[in-house]
Design a protein. Structure first.
Length: 1027
C-alpha cells in the first residue's frame, strides 16, 4: 500500500520501501492533491499556486514536468494514482493509500475512546511539510497544528480522568517537545505527578511551565494554571476529585469568521501573548491595537483572536471596516458580519444588543481610524449593554472610550546598525525572518548569505521593521538583487509597489498607505507633519516649537499650537514619542514616514523657511553648549549634543552653499565635541568647504576660530603639516585683531601640533605662552587645558615638572566640576607614573580616570591606550590586547587616526611578547610606513624599536643593536628620550645581546646604526635575514 507522511517530514513509501521524488515542487504537488482525494483541480489553478512568478506558459510546463516526475517515481507500484484530462488533475478517490494527515483529521465524537485518540495523535511528528514555503502550506500548517492541539487536549483530559498517570506524563512531554510552551500539557504533567504522589516533580512541572512561557512569550502562567498549582500544593488533589479531574482544556469547536491566512505569521510571540493576556486576564473589555500604517496591526489582531477562540465559546467575529466609507454604515456592517437581519420597526442597535447580551463573545473591529467617532459610539453602546462582550479594535489612534486599554504595535525587531550583519545572527531578528519568508515566495531558492547579509540588514533598518514595507521589498527579489533593493530605498515609494492584488488598495503600495494616513489629517496636522520632516534622528518639544511654528502672527501654526498638534500626530501613530531622560521626551518619525513627509514638504513654498529655522535653532544650541562642555553641566549638554548629532550635521549641510557665517559658527562650536564623540573627518571636510567660500575670506575672529578648528581636527587625522599651516594662519588673524583670548587658544593648538611633528623646542614654548596669556585673562578652563597639554608634552626625564602641571590641572578641573578635564588629567598622570615604572600609582590614576570617563559616555581612546600600555608592561597581554583593540575601535569610529595608529603600534608589541612574530613584523611594517607618511619620526622610532626587539628574539643581534642605536640617535635629535619603563626593556634586550656577541661587535654595530638615515634604517630593518 502507498503510505505518505507529511507531518514533520515528507516521506513516501510503498509496501514499506522508500520512494524518492527528487523535485521539491513535485513533492508539493503530490501533497496538495492527496489531501483531498477525488477533488479535480484545474491545471491553471495548480500552476499558479505552485509557480506564482512564472508566466502562464512556463507554469503549465512546470506542472506537466512535476506530474511526470511523480508518476515516474510511482511506477514501482504498477498503478496510476491520478485522474487527469486536459483541464484537471485529481488524486484518485479510490486509490488505496494511507495518509498521516487523514488519520489526524479523523472525526472524534463524545463516544470516542482514549485508544482512538492515542492512535490519532500519534501520527503527528511535527509541523506540516517543514522546509516548504509555498503559499498554500502556511495556512494548512496552522490548521493542522490547531487540530493536533485540540486532540491532544482531549486525549490528556481522558488520560487524567482515567488516572493513567504514566501515559499522561509521556504524552504531555511529547506535546511540549513539539510545540511552544503549551500550557495544557504542563497542567497534565502537574496532575500526573500529583497523582503519582510526587509533589516535588509537580512543582518542577509548574516551574518549567513558568520558565517556558517567560522565555517564549514573556508572560506568566494563566489563571487556570496558577489555580491548579495552588490547589495541588495545598494537597487538595488527592482528596478532591474535582481537582484531580480538572479539565486540561476545552473540547468544543468555536464559532468564528476569521479568515485562513495565506502566509506564515512571523515572530511577535511576546506581542501575541500580551494581547491574549489583555483580552482574557484583565478587567479591560476594550483593547485597541494602535500603530503606524503597515506595522501589522490587523495580522496581530487576527493571530491573537485565533489563539483565544476557546476563551469565547459563543463566537469570535471579524468586522472589516476598511471598505466602509460612510460612518452611518458601521452598525449595519457589524450586523451583517454576525448574520443578523434588520427587523422592521426595531432599531438595529437593539437587535445587536439582544443578540450579544449574555454571550461570551469577542468582536474584532479592524481599521477604525477613518470612522473613529462612529466606531467609538457603537463600541461604548455595546459594552455598556453587554457585560460578557469583549472588543479588540485596530486603529491608528485610540477610540477614546472609557475603560479602553491601548496596545501600541511595535515594528518588527531589526539588526542593530552599530554591529556587523553576521549570517548566523541575522535570523534572530523578526524583520529578517519576514523578509526571507516572503522573498522565498517570489524566489524559492532565496537564502541569506555572507554576500547579501549587510544589504539585508540595511533593508530591515531603513524600512524600520515595518511588515508591509518589508513584504513589498521582498517581492522584488525575483528581479533585483538584495544589494540593488537596498540601494534603491532612497526612493522607497517608487520601489515598494506591487502588493497583493486582493489586498486593500492602500496596502498595495507604500505610497498608497501613506496617502491614506495623510488624508485623514487636518490641514494644521499635515503642515506640522511636513515641517517635522526637516529633523534627522528625532527632536525635542523645544525644537518643534522653534521650527514648526510660523513666524507670522497670522500663520496657521502658532507656538502654543505645537504641543497639541504634536500630541495628535503621536495619537495617530505618525510620530513616535520616546523618553530619553526623565526630564525630557524626544520624538521621531519612522524613516518611511519621514521620506513621505519630506516629499510633501518639497511641494510647498515654505520649505526654505523651515530649513532656515532648523539651521538657526541648532546653531544656537551648539553655541550654548560649547562653554558648558567644560563645566558642571557638561554631562547634560554632552547628552543633548549626542542626541542631536544627526540634526547638527543636517543643519550644517544646509549652510554649506548659502549660509556661510551660520555654518562656520555651528561647525566651530562643535569641533571640540566632535574630536571625542563625532566624526572628525566629516566635520573637517565641511569646515574646509565653508572656509573656501568667498563670504568666509574676511579676516574675522570667526574665520580664525574656524581655521584653528580645522587645524585641530585634521591634526588628529595625522595631517600635521597642513594643520600647522592652518593654525599659524589663525594665530596671525587673532594677533591682527588683538584677540588675546583667541590667541591663547590658538597658541595651545599650534604648540601641540608642532610637538606632534617632533619639534619640541618650538612647540613647548608656544603652549607655555598660551598658559601665560590664560593666566593673565583669568580663564580657568583655558589654564587647565594648557596645563594638561604641557603635562603630556613634558620631557620624559622631567617627570616632576609633568606632575606639577597635571596636578594643578586636576585641581582646577575638580573645582569647576569638569569631568572630562578630570578624566584627561588622571589619564596623563597615570601615563607619567607608568613611564617612571610606578605601576601601582599608574593603575590607581588610570582606573580612577576610567571611572570618571564612564560618567561622560564611555572611555576615551587615549585612556584605553594608556591602560593597554600598563597591562603590556605588567605582562598581562590578554588585557593589553583587549584595551588596544577597544581603543582602536573607538578611535576609528571618531576618525582620530593618530590614536588608532599608536594603538596599532602597541598591538605589535603584544604580538611580539606573545610570540606571534609574523603578526608583530607585519604590524610594525604597516605602522612605520604610516608614521613616515604622517611626518612623525617618534612613531617610526617606536615601530623600529619593536623590530629591534624582534631581532633579539630571532637571534639577529647585530641587527638589533644597529636599530636600537639609530633609535637612540633619533630620539636625541628630537628631544624625546626613551621613558624609563621602555629603557628597562631595551636594557634587558642588551643583556641578551651581550651574552651572545662581543662588546667590539656591539660597538661597531652601534656606530653603523647611529650613522643611518631614517630611510636607511627602514630599509635595513627589512633586509633579508642572514643565515
Amino acid at each position: 500500500m502507498l503510505e505518505l507522511r507529511l507531518l514533520g517530514q515528507f516521506n513516501l513509501r510503498f509496501d514499506g520501501q522508500p520512494i524518492e521524488i527528487p523535485s521539491r515542487p513535485a513533492q508539493s504537488l503530490l501533497a496538495y492533491l492527496v489531501l483531498k482525494p477525488g477533488t479535480a483541480y484545474r491545471r491553471e489553478r495548480l500552476a499558479g499556486l505552485l509557480w506564482p512568478d512564472a508566466t502562464d506558459v512556463n507554469a503549465r510546463s512546470y506542472l506537466r514536468q512535476a506530474l511526470w516526475r511523480i508518476r515516474k517515481a510511482l511506477e514501482v507500484t504498477q498503478r496510476d494514482y491520478f485522474l487527469t484530462d486536459d483541464l484537471t488533475i485529481a488524486f484518485a478517490a479510490d486509490a488505496e493509500h494511507w495518509l498521516d494527515v487523514a488519520q489526524l483529521e479523523r472525526e472524534m465524537t463524545a463516544s470516542s475512546t482514549t485508544a482512538e485518540l492515542l492512535e490519532c495523535a500519534s501520527v503527528y511528528q511535527g509541523e506540516f511539510l517543514p522546509g516548504f514555503y509555498d503559499e498554500w502550506i502556511a495556512p494548512e500548517r496552522e490548521r493542522l497544528q490547531a487540530i493536533y492541539e485540540h486532540k491532544m487536549t482531549w486525549l490528556l483530559d481522558n488520560l487524567v480522568a482515567e488516572q493513567r498517570w504514566p501515559e499522561a506524563l509521556e504524552w504531555g512531554e511529547r506535546w511540549i517537545a513539539l510545540a511552544h510552551a503549551p500550557e495544557p500539557a504542563y497542567r497534565a504533567l502537574m496532575l500526573a505527578h500529583n497523582g503519582l504522589g510526587d509533589v516535588s516533580s509537580m512543582a518542577a512541572a509548574y516551574q518549567r511551565c513558568s520558565e517556558a512561557l517567560q522565555r517564549e512569550f514573556g508572560v506568566e502562567p494563566s489563571e487556570p494554571t496558577r489555580t491548579l498549582y495552588e490547589q495541588l500544593s495545598k494537597g487538595e488533589g488527592s482528596s478532591n476529585p474535582a481537582v484531580s479531574q480538572l479539565p486540561i482544556g476545552s473540547r468544543p469547536p468555536v464559532t468564528h469568521n476569521l479568515p485562513s491566512q495565506l502566509t506564515t505569521f512571523i515572530g511577535r510571540k511576546r506581542e501575541v501573548a500580551e494581547v491574549k493576556r489583555l483580552l482574557t486576564s484583565t478587567p479591560s473589555r476594550l483593547v485597541t491595537l494602535t500603530g503606524s500604517g503597515g506595522c501589522g496591526k490587523t495580522r496581530l489582531a487576527l493571530q491573537a483572536a485565533q489563539e483565544v477562540l476557546p476563551e469565547f465559546p459563543q463566537g469570535v467575529w471579524l468586522i472589516e471596516l476598511a471598505p466602509v466609507a460612510d460612518p452611518a454604515l458601521v452598525t449595519q456592517t457589524l450586523t451583517i458580519a454576525l448574520g443578523l437581519r434588520e427587523e422592521s420597526g426595531r432599531p438595529i442597535s437593539t437587535t445587536l444588543i439582544d443578540y450579544l447580551r449574555g454571550r461570551k463573545t469577542l468582536l474584532l473591529l479592524d481599521n477604525c481610524e477613518h470612522l473613529i467617532a462612529a466606531s467609538a459610539r457603537l463600541v461604548e453602546t455595546l459594552l455598556q449593554a453587554c457585560p460578557d462582550l469583549t472588543i479588540l479594535a485596530s486603529s491608528r489612534e485610540q477610540l477614546g472610550v472609557a475603560g479602553e486599554t491601548a496596545f501600541r504595535v511595535p515594528s518588527l525587531s531589526i539588526p542593530d546598525p552599530r554591529h556587523g550583519a553576521a549570517v548566523e545572527t541575522l535570523s534572530q531578528y523578526e524583520a529578517v525572518q519576514l523578509f526571507v519568508d516572503r522573498a522565498r515566495l517570489a524566489l524559492p531558492q532565496f537564502s541569506v548569505t555572507a554576500e547579501n547579509a549587510n544589504a539585508l540588514a540595511q533593508i530591515c533598518q531603513r524600512l524600520d521593521g515595518i511588515p508591509l514595507a518589508l513584504e513589498l521589498a521582498a517581492a522584488r527579489v525575483n528581479v533585483l538583487g538584495v544589494d540593488q533593493i537596498a540601494a534603491r530605498l532612497t526612493n522607497a515609494f517608487r520601489l515598494l509597489t506591487g502588493g497583493s492584488r486582493t489586498a486593500l488598495p492602500r496596502q498595495q503600495t507604500l505610497r498608497a498607505m501613506m496617502d491614506w494616513s495623510y488624508n485623514l489629517l487636518s490641514e494644521a496636522e499635515r503642515t506640522m507633519l511636513r515641517r517635522l520632516a526637516v529633523f534627522a534622528g528625532g527632536w525635542t518639544l523645544e525644537a518643534a516649537e522653534a521650527i514648526g511654528a510660523d513666524e507670522d502672527a497670522a500663520g496657521l501654526i502658532q507656538p502654543d499650537d505645537v504641543l497639541d498638534l504634536l500630541t495628535q500626530l503621536v495619537n495617530k501613530s505618525l510620530v513616535i514619542a520616546e523618553e530619553v531622560q526623565s526630564d525630557r521626551a524626544r520624538y521621531r518619525l519612522l524613516e518611511t514616514i519621514r521620506q513621505y513627509a519630506r516629499e510633501k514638504m518639497l511641494d510647498f513654498c515654505d520649505t526654505d523657511c523651515v530649513w532656515d529655522r532648523h539651521l538657526a535653532y541648532f546653531m544656537q544650541l551648539a553655541e550654548r553648549a560649547e562653554p558648558e562642555l567644560r563645566g558642571p553641566q557638561q554631562v547634560l549638554w554632552l547628552n543633548r549634543l549626542k542626541d542631536e548629532v544627526d540634526n547638527l550635521h543636517a543643519a550644517l549641510d544646509w549652510s554649506l552653499d548659502s549660509y556661510v557665517e551660520a555654518g562656520l559658527r555651528l561647525a566651530s562650536a562643535l569641533y571640540q565635541f566632535t574630536t571625542r564623540y563625532g566624526s572628525v573627518c566629516a566635520l573637517a571636510e565641511k569646515l574646509q568647504r565653508l572656509l573656501q567660500q568667498p563670504a568666509a575670506q574676511t579676516r574675522t575672529a570667526l574665520r580664525a576660530k574656524a581655521l584653528e578648528a580645522v587645524a585641530n581636527l585634521i591634526s588628529w587625522n595625522g595631517e600635521l603639516a597642513e594643520a600647522r599651516s592652518l593654525a599659524e594662519a589663525s594665530l596671525e588673524i587673532y594677533r591682527e585683531l588683538g584677540d588675546v583670548q583667541g590667541e591663547a587658544h590658538c597658541l595651545d593648538t599650534l604648540g601641540t601640533i608642532v610637538c606632534l611633528m617632533d619639534d619640541y623646542e618650538v612647540g613647548r614654548p608656544l603652549v607655555l605662552e598660551s598658559l601665560r596669556l590664560y593666566r593673565r585673562l583669568g580663564d580657568q578652563a583655558g589654564i587647565a587645558t594648557a596645563l594638561l597639554d604641557l603635562g603630556g608634552l613634558a620631557d620624559n626625564k622631567d617627570c616632576e615638572r609633568a606632575y606639577a602641571y597635571l596636578r594643578e590641572c586636576l585641581a582646577i578641573s575638580r573645582e569647576h566640576g569638569d569631568l572630562i578635564g578630570i578624566g584627561y588629567a588622571l589619564s596623563e598622570l597615570g601615563m607619567v607614573a607608568l613611564r617612571q615604572g610606578d605601576f601601582t600609582q599608574a593603575q590607581r590614576w588610570l582606573e580612577e580616570g576610567l571611572s570618571v570617563e564612564d560618567a561622560v559616555g564611555g572611555p576615551d581612546a587615549m585612556i584605553l591606550m594608556y591602560l593597554g600600555q600598563l597591562a603590556l608592561r605588567q605582562g598581562d597581554y590578554t588585557r593589553a590586547r583587549a584595551c588596544f583593540e577597544q581603543g582602536l575601535t573607538v578611535s576609528q569610529e571618531t576618525g582620530v587616526t593618530v590614536i588608532a595608529l599608536w594603538s596599532t603600534a602597541n598591538l605589535g608589541y603584544v604580538y611580539l611578547r606573545e610570540g606571534e612574530e609574523e603578526c608583530a613584523q607585519a604590524t610594525f611594517a604597516e605602522v612605520q610606513q604610516r608614521f613616515r607618511e604622517m611626518g612623525s619620526r617618534i612613531g617610526v622610532v617606536y615601530a623600529l624599536e619593536g623590530l629591534a626587539s624582534l631581532a633579539v628574539q630571532q637571534s639577529e643581534f647585530e641587527r638589533a643593536v644597529r636599530l636600537y642605536a639609530w633609535a637612540d640617535a633619533t630620539r636625541a635629535s628630537i628631544g624625546d628620550p626613551r621613558p624609563f619603563v621602555e629603557q628597562a626593556e631595551v636594557d634587558r634586550d642588551y643583556a641578551a645581546i651581550r651574552a651572545q656577541i662581543s662588546e667590539e661587535a656591539i660597538t661597531i654595530a652601534t656606530v653603523k646604526g647611529r650613522a643611518m638615515t631614517v630611510e636607511q634604517a627602514v630599509a635595513y630593518a627589512w633586509e633579508q635575514r642572514t643565515a
